[in-house]
Design a protein around this ligand. Structure first.
Ligand SMILES: [Zn+2]
Length: 336
């Protein structure tokens, strides 16, 4: 069996590595570079990169989703060789979409570490609804820890939540393999699981967290799906988005979701929800529903809704089929 897998060919993680972008541009032999950047990320890194690589065009996007479609139309006949996306999740996701549409390589320079989209082949957009598009992964990632360290700590903590969610995502994937004999990659599962498991044992440095988030993205490329990093805890998060409740970031929602789903895994087979919760707390992540503006009643609604999201993706919620009372008990026992 053969399947074509695209992976980032160059990943640089470290302090003061922005200048590596130049080496990359030389290696990729690209000339006409279009740079996407947010306002803050321009100040943090974009300006410096602009001086190094002299992109032919620079776009500062304030509303990436709608602006990307216009850019695709505008740049389609412009002989663009490469997209360089400098910024947070929305800028990077816009870069993925644009580079995929134009069929050119993408270089990402993340300025935050709030989720695993840094190197993943998935772009998510949040309009009235949240939807994800499978794209090509970035060809190269340059993650400067000095730059990322300057982003609000809340974003870094959200990144921790998104990474720890691989614990239940991988368990759900294994479960699905056993029950439905779906495609499963041990390599992808291990690459996603190991950095998440590390979070249970120690408080990571930002660099380790960023490395883990990048590995998550690579695992998704190898798997050819988001399965290694998205299980029932992500269904819970999607349900929250669909219901439009609370005020949390993606990584905060899936972090709390991981505690709940680990609780169900512990009941069914094995798990340790307490350890997950403790690790999140130790890193300063939110572990209480009220801290993200969600009442117990709404959380139960979201959990019930989560059961019907993407039914083809078998998870612990299908295995145990918990009802309203079970969800209430899960919330009470875990003290979230
Ligand atoms: Zn996620």
């Amino acid at each position: 069996m053969h399947r074509h897998v695209e992976l980032p060919i160059f990943v640089e993680i470290g302090k003061n590595v922005l200048n590596k972008v130049q080496v990359l541009i030389e290696n990729l032999k690209v000339e006409k570079i279009v740079m996407l950047c947010g306002k803050t990320s321009y100040k943090l890194a974009g300006k410096e990169i602009e001086l190094i690589v002299h992109p032919s065009e620079v776009y500062s996007l304030s509303n990436p989703r709608s602006e990307v479609s216009k850019l695709v139309a505008k740049l389609s006949y412009g002989d663009v060789d490469c997209i360089l996306a400098v910024g947070g999740g929305r800028i990077i996701d816009s870069g993925k979409l644009l580079a995929s549409e134009l069929n050119v390589p993408l270089i990402t320079v993340p300025t935050t570490a709030s989720h695993d989209g840094i190197a993943s082949p998935v772009a998510s957009f949040r309009n009235e609804e949240v939807f994800s598009i499978f794209t090509k992964p970035p060809s190269a990632v340059v993650a400067d820890i000095n730059v990322i360290s300057l982003c609000p700590i809340r974003l870094i903590r959200a990144g921790f939540g998104d990474l720890i969610s691989n614990i239940t995502a991988v368990k759900d994937w294994k479960l699905a393999k056993d029950v439905e004999q779906i495609d499963y990659s041990e390599i992808a599962a291990s690459i996603a699981y190991m950095p998440a498991e590390m979070l249970l044992e120690k408080t990571p440095e930002i660099e380790e967290l960023v490395r883990g988030l990048i590995m998550s993205g690579v695992a998704m490329s190898i798997a050819g799906s988001s399965r290694p990093a998205s299980g029932a805890e992500h269904k819970f998060s999607h349900a929250i988005d669909m219901l439009g409740i609370g005020n949390a970031l993606h990584g905060e929602q899936v972090g709390i979701g991981t505690i709940i789903m680990e609780y169900f895994h512990e009941i069914a087979y094995e798990g340790d929800w307490f350890k997950v919760k403790e690790s999140l707390s130790r890193f300063g992540c939110v572990v209480k529903l009220k801290d993200i503006g969600i009442s117990k009643e709404d959380a139960i609604k979201a959990l019930i809704k989560a059961k019907s999201i993407r039914p083809s993706r078998y998870t612990i919620l299908d295995e145990l089929n918990p009802d309203k009372n079970d969800f209430e008990k899960a919330i009470d026992v875990t003290g979230i």
